[in-house]
Write a protein that binds this ligand. Structure first.
Ligand SMILES: [Zn+2]
Length: 220
C-alpha cells in the first residue's frame, strides 16, 4: 500500500486486531507500520476475520475505512494558489478517504473553474473544455498529457455525466480521484507558482543590475 503519512509505498504486511461482531460480521482494526516514516496506519475493516496459528487473519473484507491518519497526506499547497481554488482543492482532499466519488466530483468542478479562469476556455462539457485547452497549444507537453489523462482515466466516454455535469457524484474508476488531485496540483504549479517564482527572481536580477549600474556610474 501507499503510506498515507509519507506517501511511500511499502509491502503490505499487516496485523488484525478483532474488535467485535454484529449482524454485519466481524469487525477488526488492521494495523500496518510504514518502514519509511515508521508511522502506524490503522484501517477499520468489516468482513470475516479468521485465525491461523493463533494469529488473526482477514478472510474476506466487506468494507474498510482509513481511521488513522484521518485522511491521506497530500503535499501542502503553496501560498501562491488563490484561495478560491485552494479551498475547493482542500475540500476534495478532506473527503477523499471517505468518498472518492465525492472527491472526484469536487475536483472535476475545480478543474473546470480553473480552465475557465486561467485558460479562458468556452463554457462547455468538461471533455470539450479539456480538448479546447489542449488544442490552444499554450500548455507544455507534460501538462497536456496529465490533463488529457483526466478524461481517459475517468473514462468519460463511458460515463458522460462526468463531462456534462462535472459536479455530480457518480461512479469512478480506480485511481481517478487521486489522479484528479495530482493534475490540479500540477496545474496550480504551472499557473500560479512558477510565474510567481520567475517574477521574484527577475526582481532580484533587476536589483542586482541596478546595483551594478550604480557602481559603474561611480567608477566612470
Ligand atoms: Zn510512511
Amino acid at each position: 500500500m501507499k503510506c498515507p503519512h509519507c506517501l511511500e509505498s511499502f509491502h503490505d504486511f499487516y496485523e488484525v486486531i478483532p474488535v467485535g461482531n454484529d449482524a454485519d460480521g466481524n469487525w477488526g482494526v488492521v494495523s500496518r507500520k510504514c518502514p519509511s516514516c515508521e508511522r502506524v496506519v490503522l484501517v477499520l475493516v468489516n468482513g470475516k476475520i479468521g485465525s491461523i496459528g493463533g494469529r488473526s487473519m482477514l478472510e474476506s473484507v466487506k468494507g474498510e475505512r482509513l481511521i488513522y491518519p484521518r485522511t491521506p497526506s497530500r503535499i501542502p499547497l503553496p501560498k501562491e494558489v488563490p484561495e478560491e481554488f485552494a479551498e475547493v482543492y482542500k475540500e476534495a482532499c478532506t473527503v477523499l478517504a471517505d468518498s472518492p466519488k465525492a472527491s472526484s466530483a469536487i475536483s472535476r468542478r475545480c478543474l473546470q473553474h480553473l480552465l475557465k479562469e486561467m485558460a479562458n476556455v468556452k463554457p462547455s462539457k468538461l471533455a470539450d473544455e479539456i480538448q479546447e485547452v489542449i488544442d490552444n497549444g499554450n500548455l507544455p507537453p507534460y501538462i497536456v498529457e496529465a490533463i488529457d489523462a483526466v478524461r481517459k482515466i475517468g473514462n468519460y466516454t463511458a460515463h458522460p455525466i462526468k463531462s456534462e455535469r462535472p459536479g455530480e457524484v457518480v461512479d469512478i474508476e480506480p485511481g481517478e480521484a487521486d489522479w484528479n488531485l495530482d493534475v490540479l496540483e500540477a496545474l496550480f504549479n504551472y499557473y500560479f507558482v512558477q510565474p510567481a517564482t520567475i517574477k521574484r527572481k527577475r526582481e532580484i536580477l533587476n536589483l542586482k543590475l541596478k546595483e551594478a549600474d550604480k557602481k559603474g556610474m561611480k567608477k566612470g
